[in-house]
Write a protein that binds this ligand. Structure first.
Ligand SMILES: [Zn+2]
Length: 93
């Protein structure tokens, strides 16, 4: 049995779903992971240990934390877009 951070699962889903709307200058795996890391640092972890717990927590989080996750996602995207961890073609500095 593994312990899963449902916030991570949810954040990844939102990242995939909304990536095209974030206006990122670069879509490489590094930038995606940078955004995901910032999102997860901004959100409280929600660990569950069973599959049933995952489904329950996911349903609850989906409703309750949708706005929080989205806000964190857009904030993180802005931060990474402003200061990518690698040079991006067409950007100054
Ligand atoms: Zn990149």
């Amino acid at each position: 049995m593994t312990v899963v951070n449902m916030m991570e699962t949810l954040a990844k889903e939102h990242l995939d779903r909304h990536w095209d709307h974030l206006g990122m200058p670069c879509s490489c795996i590094t930038c995606r992971n940078d955004v995901l890391a910032l999102v997860l640092n901004a959100l409280p972890p929600r660990y569950v240990s069973t599959e049933r717990g995952q489904m329950f927590v996911k349903a609850a989080l989906d409703e309750q934390f949708r706005v929080d996750v989205l806000q964190a996602l857009y904030r993180a995207a802005r931060a990474v877009a402003t200061r990518p961890s690698h040079p991006v073609a067409g950007q100054n500095g």
